[in-house]
Design a protein around this ligand. Structure first.
Ligand code: ADP
Ligand code: MG
Length: 268
């Protein structure tokens, strides 16, 4: 099964050279008159150890793309492969198991459990997956994201930036192939945003994870190795080694294009 994608990793675990592949993934919300095509046959391939930003106008399908690629939602058609293995198909329980092993997710609103401590939030994915909880490793990860002194705090005792760093630690703890982040800096001040982006970059450069991050901010996108642009549920461009200015220019252009296609009046 997909033998040519697989190679032996240094730790004895198998890792594919291709972290994520989507083949003609489509998703429609609603039906008949109210049907919205959120994704319209998206195909892409991301190598392991890459950091990709996904950008596009509001409503272009960015969140849907992430949800379908991460197995949080099901595509209507098409194939999603993570780490060389097909995620689509199978039962709900199989999908959940696959996701817990291979995928981490960071949300704009952190999605931490208020009743758990920083350390408990971080180790939760291991408990849910029925895996041994290596507290020392969890504490190492929390120290790395700058929360070594906050293990017993609860989320409401933390700043937004600190909460998002807990969410990143939680995404790292299972050693997933791909970490998906939907506007992870959307609710943060500039300084906290930079810290979070630096940690995502470190997850790629130092720890070999693959990161796919939705953002509307050209500065955030410039931390990535490449940008994929979406418009109306389709891929609408690609940029390697993005700079802030180039990304901003392309986004403005994309917004104009979409507005023209939908007859949006000037100034709206
Ligand atoms: P983005 O993240 O780029 O803003 P989304 O992926 O959230 O875009 O949405 C893409 C399109 O799908 C939009 O037109 C949106 O209104 C629609 N959509 C998203 N989620 C739902 C849903 N649960 N039910 C109905 N329509 C939805
Ligand atoms: Mg969105």
């Amino acid at each position: 099964m997909f033998g040519h994608f697989r190679r032996q990793g240094g730790t004895g675990s198998t890792r594919s050279a291709e972290a994520l592949r989507l083949v003609k993934v489509s998703k429609v919300y609603g039906s008949d008159d109210s049907a919205v095509t959120a994704l319209d046959g998206v195909s892409l391939s991301l190598p392991a150890g890459s950091f990709t930003a996904v950008m596009g106008p509001s409503g272009s399908g960015k969140s849907t793309l992430l949800q379908c690629a991460a197995g949080l939602d099901r595509a209507d058609s098409g194939i999603v492969m993570v780490d060389g293995e097909q995620m689509t198909g199978g039962t709900e329980a199989e999908l959940t198991k696959f996701r817990r092993q291979r995928v981490g997710f960071v949300f704009q609103q952190y999605n931490l459990l208020d009743t758990l401590t920083v350390e408990q939030n971080t180790t939760l994915p291991l408990r849910l997956a029925g895996r041994r909880v290596d507290r020392r490793r969890a504490r190492d990860i929390l120290a790395r994201v700058g929360l070594g002194e906050r293990l017993g705090h609860r989320p409401d005792q933390l700043s937004g930036g600190q909460r998002q760093r807990v969410a990143i630690a939680r995404a790292l703890v299972t050693e997933p192939s791909v970490i998906f982040a939907d506007e992870p800096t959307g609710a943060l001040d500039t300084r906290s945003a930079r810290e979070v982006l630096g940690l995502l970059q470190e997850a790629v450069r130092v720890h070999g994870r693959t990161v796919v991050m939705v953002t509307h901010d050209p500065v955030a996108a410039s931390y990535a190795d490449a940008v994929l642009f979406l418009a109306d549920g389709r891929l609408a461009g690609h940029m390697e080694r993005p700079t802030v200015d180039e990304v901003a220019e392309r986004l403005a252009h994309l917004g104009d294009m979409v507005a023209a296609r939908h007859d949006v009046p000037a100034g709206v």
